[in-house]
Design a protein around this ligand. Structure first.
Ligand code: GDP
Length: 444
C-alpha cells in the first residue's frame, strides 16, 4: 500500500517514545533524527522535511510537553497534528458556482489520470451532490483522447460534448458552455489536453481556456507514483495557471508518499481528492487528518464507517439481522454478506483502517486471504439452493460433488460447513443472551 515504508518507520519511532514517563531534549532529538530519515526516504521534499522537523522539535521541547504526565503521548500528538497541517489541515470541498453551470477545468500531464479522474469526479458529483455534469472533450491533439472520454461517458451514462479535432479547444469550450445552459447541465467538466512534459504552448492554451470559461475550479491531476516530479509539475502548472486544487492519483499503488506530503507545502494548494484505483468509484475526498492517522497507525475509523455506509444496503443489513435473530440465516445469506464486505475494497486495506490493528499480536502483517474467500464463495455457489438452506443435508456424495464443482477438497467443504454450524450455534447463544447486554465475538 501507499506510505507503507514511511508508516512502518514512523510507527516504530513513535512506539519508542510513547511509553516514556519522562522525556529529555536528547530523546526528542533522537526521535526527530529518525523522523527526518523516514521522511527523506519517503521522498518528501527536503525543504518540507526541514521545516517539519523544526516545528515538531520546537513544540516537543516546549515546557508543557516536558512537564506533562504523559509526555510521550503528547509528542506523538504533536507529530500527528503537524502531519495533518502539512497535508493541508482541513478537508477542502469542491467550490460550486452560485450561478450554474459550475465550471471545472481538469489539467495535467499525459498519463496522470486526467480523463479517468474526470469520469470519477463526474460520478461523485452526480451521486453525492446531485448534479448533472457535462463532460467536454477539449484534447484536440489526440483523437484517442476524445474517444476515451466518449467511451467513459457511455460507461457512466453521462453526456460528452465533442467537436472532433478540427475546432480549437477554446471554441469547443465556448460551445460546450452554451450547450450546457440549453440542456440544463449544471456542471461543465473540461478535459484538457495533456503533454508528456510541461510546455509553453500547452500552458498558453490552458490560460486561454481559463480566460474564456472562468472556471470555479482548476483541478490539477498528478500521479503520486512520480514522487518529487509530481511536486515540480504541480508547481509549474500552478505558477502558469493558478490551480485551485490537486487530485493525486494512483495512491492505491505502492508510492512512498512524498508527493502527498509535499504538494500542499510547496504549492500552497490543497489536495482535494485522491485516486485509489482504476474503477469509476475509486475517488475519495482527501482528509489530511485521517491520512495522518493512518500513517501513524492510529487507524481511520471515519473512512471505514463512510465506506460501510456507502456500500452496505441498510434494508439488506436489517433483513440479515432479522434472519440472524430468527435463526433462518442460510449459506446464501452468508454469501451475500461476504459480497457486501468485498464491495468495501481489499480486506487488508480495510484492516489497516482499524486503530491498533497493526499492533495486535499476530496481526502485524495481516494478510487477509482473499483466495480463501474466493474458495468459500465457490463452494457455496456449487451447492444447490436446497443445500444452501439446509446444509445438514450435505452427505458424503453431495460433498464430493461440491468439492469437484468448486475446485476444492472435501475437507475444505467440511471446514466451511463446520464454521457455518458453529456460527449458528453462537448466534443461538447470543440471542439467548439478548437483552442482558452481553456481547460475544463472532468466529471468523
Ligand atoms: P490522462 O492521459 O491523464 O487522461 O490519463 P488516463 O486517465 O488515461 O489514465 C492513465 C492510466 O492511469 C490509465 O490506465 C488509468 O486507468 C490509470 N489510472 C488513473 N487513475 C488511477 C488511480 O487512481 N489508480 C490506478 N491504479 N490507476 C489509475
Amino acid at each position: 500500500m501507499a506510505f507503507q515504508g514511511l508508516a512502518e518507520r514512523l510507527q516504530a519511532t513513535m512506539q519508542k517514545i510513547t511509553g516514556k514517563g519522562k522525556i529529555t531534549e536528547q530523546d526528542v532529538k533522537d526521535m526527530m533524527r529518525e523522523v527526518r530519515f523516514a521522511l527523506i526516504e519517503a521522498d518528501v521534499n527536503l525543504k518540507v522535511v526541514k521545516k517539519f522537523v523544526k516545528t515538531v522539535s520546537e513544540r516537543a521541547i516546549g515546557q508543557e510537553v516536558m512537564k506533562s504526565l504523559t509526555p510521550g503521548q503528547q509528542v506523538v500528538k504533536i507529530v500527528k497534528d503537524e502531519l495533518t497541517e502539512l497535508m493541508g489541515g482541513e478537508q477542502n470541498p469542491i467550490q460550486f458556482s452560485r450561478k450554474p453551470p459550475t465550471v471545472i477545468m481538469m489539467v495535467g500531464l499525459q498519463g496522470a489520470g486526467k480523463t479517468t479522474t474526470t469520469g470519477k469526479l463526474a460520478t461523485v458529483l452526480r451521486k453525492k451532490h446531485n448534479r448533472k455534469p457535462l463532460l467536454v472533450a477539449a484534447d484536440v491533439y489526440r483523437p484517442a483522447a476524445i474517444q476515451q472520454l466518449e467511451t467513459l461517458g457511455k460507461q457512466i451514462d453521462m453526456p460528452v460534448f465533442s467537436l472532433g479535432t478540427d475546432v480549437s479547444p477554446v471554441e469547443i469550450t465556448r460551445q460546450a458552455l452554451e450547450h450546457a445552459k440549453e440542456e440544463h447541465q449544471d456542471v461543465v467538466m473540461i478535459d484538457t489536453a495533456g503533454r508528456l512534459h510541461v510546455d509553453e504552448n500547452l500552458m498558453q492554451e490552458l490560460v486561454d481556456i481559463k480566460e474564456l470559461a472562468q472556471p470555479d475550479e482548476i483541478f490539477l491531476v498528478v500521479d503520486a507514483m512520480t514522487g518529487q516530479d509530481a511536486v515540480n509539475v504541480a508547481k509549474s502548472f500552478d505558477d502558469a495557471l493558478g490551480v485551485t486544487g490537486v487530485v493525486l492519483t494512483k495512491l492505491d499503488g505502492d508510492t512512498r508518499g512524498g508527493a502527498a506530503l509535499s504538494i500542499r507545502e510547496v504549492t500552497g494548494k490543497p489536495i482535494k481528492f485522491v485516486g485509489m484505483g482504476e474503477k469509476m468509484d475509486a475517488l475519495e475526498p482527501f482528509h489530511p487528518e485521517r491520512m495522518a492517522s493512518r500513517i501513524l497507525g492510529m487507524g481511520d475509523v471515519m473512512s471505514l464507517i463512510e465506506k460501510a455506509q456507502a456500500n452496505v444496503d441498510e434494508e439488506k443489513a436489517k433483513e440479515l439481522e432479522d434472519k440472524f435473530m430468527n435463526q433462518t440465516f442460510t449459506l446464501d445469506d452468508f454469501l451475500e454478506q461476504m459480497d457486501q464486505v468485498k464491495k468495501m475494497g481489499p480486506l487488508d486495506e480495510l484492516l489497516k483502517m482499524i486503530p491498533g490493528m497493526n499492533k495486535m499480536k499476530g496481526l502485524e502483517n495481516a494478510q487477509v486471504d482473499e483466495k480463501q474467500m474466493g474458495q468459500i464463495e465457490a463452494i457455496i455457489r456449487s451447492m444447490t439452493p436446497e443445500e444452501r438452506t439446509f446444509p445438514e443435508k450435505m452427505n458424503a456424495s453431495r460433498k464430493k460433488r461440491v468439492a469437484t464443482g468448486s475446485g476444492t477438497t472435501i475437507s475444505q467443504v467440511n471446514r466451511l460447513l463446520k464454521q457455518f454450524e458453529d456460527m449458528k450455534k453462537m448466534v443461538k447463544q447470543m440471542s439467548g443472551m439478548a437483552g442482558k447486554g452481553k456481547k460475544k465475538k463472532m468466529p471468523s
